[in-house]
Design a protein around this ligand. Structure first.
Ligand code: DQA
Length: 153
């Protein structure tokens, strides 16, 4: 792989462990474990290595971001509803200083007005939303391309 590395930290925020129980019209029918299996298979096919993290505790999410230096080359993050107001997560993402893609299963732009706000968006090189689980594959392709751009020839 490139000198820029291929380790993707996939981070799921609050309530995403409840996939499979949440509204299938918005979030699909896969459980989080099933979604992670798909992400892992797609990542391998693209030459990427994934590691997964989920918590419902904001402080743990922040501390995990702090731990990523030298552990990951890029972040794929769905913070759940923290996206819309959790400034501490925004600051921790800035401290992590890694290329980051923001993803949402549902189309947050076409839902309630408060979901249209993302406090992390300005730190992310791209945002994908409303494509369900398929969006994660698109995200991995974009992350591979982004990491490739950073590679030293
Ligand atoms: C979500 C969208 C958020 O607004 C919501 O709070 C979630 C999931 C998504 O993946 O569509 O928990 O991030």
């Amino acid at each position: 792989m490139s000198a820029a590395g291929n380790r993707i930290e996939v981070m799921h925020g609050v309530n995403l462990d409840q996939l499979g129980r949440r509204d299938p019209l918005l979030y699909g029918t896969l459980t989080l474990a099933e979604l992670e299996q798909r992400i892992d298979a797609d990542a391998r096919a693209l030459g990427l290595v994934t590691r997964f993290f989920h918590t419902n505790y904001e402080g743990q999410f922040v501390e995990h971001l702090h731990s990523l230096r030298d552990e990951a080359d890029a972040i794929l993050v769905n913070p759940g509803s923290w996206t819309h107001y959790a400034w501490a997560i925004r600051d921790a993402l800035e401290i992590a200083g890694l290329p980051t893609l923001e993803i949402h299963l549902s189309d947050v732009q076409s839902r309630e007005p408060w979901r249209r706000v993302s406090v992390i968006g300005e730190l992310c090189f791209a945002t994908i939303s409303g494509r369900g689980p398929d969006g994660y594959r698109d995200a991995l392709v974009a992350l591979r391309d982004e990491l490739g751009r950073g590679a030293v020839a």
